[in-house]
Design a protein around this ligand. Structure first.
Ligand code: PMP
Length: 516
């Protein structure tokens, strides 16, 4: 293995870690024996008797949207609460979190509401490692994990760990744009890499990247060679593309040749999606509820559906994988984790000590105990993920179905990319104009802006690709798309209606000669 410290920024290397209340670090005098039961008059940790919460009961559902079936307001998936054979009886759908517990691997409030170790409370931290060992095991041994307050925090800390002022990060030209601010924050420079927006694409344009790296000093004479590549490799935000394993091998090879780090941001990868299948829909747009249940086993999912992470290719400790509980559990938890070489995780820990002292103990306690006590650990968590993915794949297909049935689609005015994972569909507008042919590159954004007003007036909100660029000018020609996210809507009918409104708006815009 190469020396991983070469990747670490000077800022991160210069940080130290110590706590004023620790026992002295000097060598103890001869004959010193530690007392077996020391009494703490040192740390400012309030005794748990001061905590006003005595216990918490957490009530759970068996399936996403199950709560709606209780209120009689059905989402498609709600009609299958017992899917996957893992449903429990109604009255066993809660866990009790007490002030104190002796149950191994469960957290109680005396720990969850107390100051805790910065890397995370042991049971949950251990769980993240177990989970990664099962889903995306790195190809070397000296890796570890640290909890974060979500992927945003993980990404910000990854940038701090490796970027010195002036360092360059390669970024997919359309991206989760807050990342650009994390780079900026440490004085780094983001350089866009083209995305291939054709439907069978891997996202990142490999030829462009290879050529750029081979001719770096010609293309960017004033910038040093890249220190890192930031990629949302599965269900990319905003385009929805997923890189195949063969493609990842090629990118990893480039990373070795040109010695850069790969920051892999993967909030969506576990939500794998089958290809759209029209035969699931009856003529009234309805889907047989039996179709909605999860029909995958964990083994099938892990081996045949889940795309391997860059971690699994990593033999040189150059991959930093950022995960989050935001999309699989809930974003308000502000909980995620980062997996990388132990030396990288160590500097992230040192930064966490000055930044936020790690993730909320209460969030960790709830997630840990729900996963371990209620769902029974790793397989239970994977089963929940399978139910999430079944629900998302249903939603994705509904939205595509609605678009495919539209006149705008049938007339060739729009196209969509069927994502293999995640929650985003790229909705491309072709601006076909028989009189003028293809519109000029500098007309794309003004035309998209006019179209966006039309779409809003039809009662649907979408994100234009040009709002998520590294550099709008660089991406002009490829900016004729909107990101559609099928995560927020309440139910099937609204998803179908949203596709209808959107395509009606495009048709009307086209019929008015690409004018509002
Ligand atoms: N990365 C990507 C690609 C995202 O789409 C998001 C959330 N939209 C995040 C990171 C941030 O996630 P978190 O809520 O865990 O901070």
């Amino acid at each position: 293995m190469s020396d991983v410290t070469q990747f670490i920024s000077k800022r991160a290397q210069s940080r130290t870690s110590s706590h004023f209340a620790n026992v002295p670090s000097d060598k103890p005098p001869a004959g010193f024996k530690p007392h077996p039961k020391p009494l703490l008059l040192s740390y400012g940790t309030p005794n748990d008797g001061f905590f006003p919460i005595d216990s918490i009961d957490v009530n759970l559902v068996n399936f996403p949207f199950e709560h709606q079936s209780k209120g009689g307001h059905l989402n498609g998936s709600a009609s299958e609460p017992k899917a996957n054979g893992h449903a429990k009886e109604e009255n066993s759908n809660s866990i009790h979190i007490a002030r104190h517990t002796k149950t191994p691997n469960s957290l109680d409030l005396s720990r969850g509401l107390q100051y805790g170790p910065v890397p995370g409370l042991d049971p949950l931290l251990e769980f993240t490692k177990e989970f990664i060992a099962k889903t995306h095991k790195p190809a070397y041994d000296d890796w570890t994990s640290i909890l974060s307050t979500g992927a945003s925090d993980g990404l910000n800390k990854a940038c701090d760990a490796i970027l010195d002022p002036g360092d360059v990060v390669l970024v997919e030209e359309f991206t989760f744009s807050p990342f650009l601010r994390f780079v900026n924050n440490v004085g780094g420079v983001s350089v866009p890499i083209k995305i291939d927006l054709s439907s069978d694409s891997n996202g990142l344009d490999l030829d462009y990247l290879q050529n750029l790296l081979d001719n770096w000093s010609k293309e960017y004479p004033n910038l040093p060679k890249p220190k890192a590549l930031y990629t949302i490799s599965t269900g990319q935000n905003p385009t929805g593309f997923t890189q195949t394993i063969e493609f990842r091998r090629k990118i990893y090879k480039l990373a070795e040749e040109h010695n850069f780090v790969i920051i892999e941001d993967d909030p969506y990868g576990y939500l794998t999606l089958p290809k759209y299948d029209a035969s699931r829909f009856s003529s009234n747009n309805k889907v047989d509820p039996a179709e909605l249940k999860n029909n995958l086993t964990i083994e099938d999912y892990l081996f045949n559906h889940l795309t391997p992470s860059y971690l699994e290719l990593d033999t040189t400790g150059r991959v930093i994988r950022v995960e989050t509980f935001s999309k699989l559990f809930a974003p308000g938890l502000r909980l995620g984790f980062v997996i990388a070489h132990a030396k990288v995780i160590d500097v992230i820990k040192n930064y966490a000590e000055v930044a936020n002292r790690g993730a909320s103990g209460l969030a960790q306690t709830v997630v840990n105990n729900v996963i371990r006590e209620h769902w029974g650990g790793l397989d239970g968590w994977l089963n929940w993920i399978l139910k999430m993915r079944a629900t998302y794949s249903h939603r994705k297909d509904l939205l595509l179905h609605s678009i495919y049935q539209s006149d705008a689609f049938k007339k060739g005015l729009v196209d969509v990319i069927d994502p293999k994972a995640g929650m985003f569909v790229t909705f491309k507008v072709k601006f076909l104009d028989p009189a003028q042919g293809k519109i000029a590159a500098d007309e794309v954004i003004p035309t998209m802006k006019q179209l966006l007003w039309k779409i809003i007036s039809h009662g649907v909100l979408v994100v234009p690709g040009y709002n998520m660029t590294v550099d709008q000018k660089f991406s002009l020609e490829r900016s004729n798309f909107f990101r559609l996210c099928y995560a927020p809507l309440n139910n099937d009918d609204d998803i179908i209606e949203s596709g209808k409104r959107l395509t009606d708006a495009v048709l009307e815009f086209h019929d008015k000669g690409n004018k509002f």
